[in-house]
Ligand binder design. Sequence first.
Ligand code: URA
Length: 295
Amino acid sequence: MTSQADAQRDLIAYLDFHVEAGVDAALDETPHDRFREAETPAPPAGMPTRSRPEAQAPARDGLQRGDLPPRGHAAAPVRPAASRTYGQSASAKPEEAAIDARARARDANSLAELEALLAGFDACPLKFTAKNLAFADGNPESRLMFIGEAPGADEDRIGKPFMGRSGQLLDRMMAAIGLDRSSAYVANVVPWRPPGNREPTIQELAICRPFLERQIELVDPDIIVCLGSPATKAITGTKDGILKARGRFYPYKLPHREVRALATLHPAYLLRQPVQKRLSWRDFRLLRAALDGKA
Ligand code: URA
């Protein structure tokens, strides 16, 4: 017979195993019958798939990362607000949540309105495991917008993008070409921290995407810098890995004009692979030249 002490030890070993695997948040207090939920395509909320490169122990740049649907993919017919019954909670189906997100994002006439809409948007499961919405940092009047992947622990705690080690490196990279956060606007493809720093799922990316697109429209930058693979894939639609995609400008369509998006490496990847900073340096010099009207 198993003694209580054995059961306790097994339980602790089980929890240790999950902590080592990167699980640092309990998402639900009640059990779920996953077989009955099988018609919902999303993976069980909060069960980490693969850890993101970011934060304290960046591990990889997500080069093989699952893609976002190409631009415009989520542009499904928008139901009038009055008929919206979905999207009121994270249990909404992801595709309905994405449609709801698109309808809501369109309603935002300013960044402050968009941030408030996001703060009240309950259809992305990431919201319920994050401490804070990390909507943006920097200068919304800037001609330049950096887009990363997702908040890490520091960003989640502070409620702003790029506050941790990656953010410090980003600041140094910007300083190297004469920029700082007063001369750029900074955001992420998803504004809530995925639990355990796992990658955002395709569903989460699709749900958050309309808000990101509206955020870009409202900032109206001349140049977008995509930091890492998820941002590059989301903004440019490329299927190429980041090492192939980086160092080039891609067209990005705003409602009234076309601007340029530069793909480059994510600072978290550079923290792990400092030798690749030489590639970033090339990209940042290209960025400087573009800002100066020379590229
Ligand atoms: N990495 C990101 O992609 N975004 C952040 O805000 C922080 C780290």
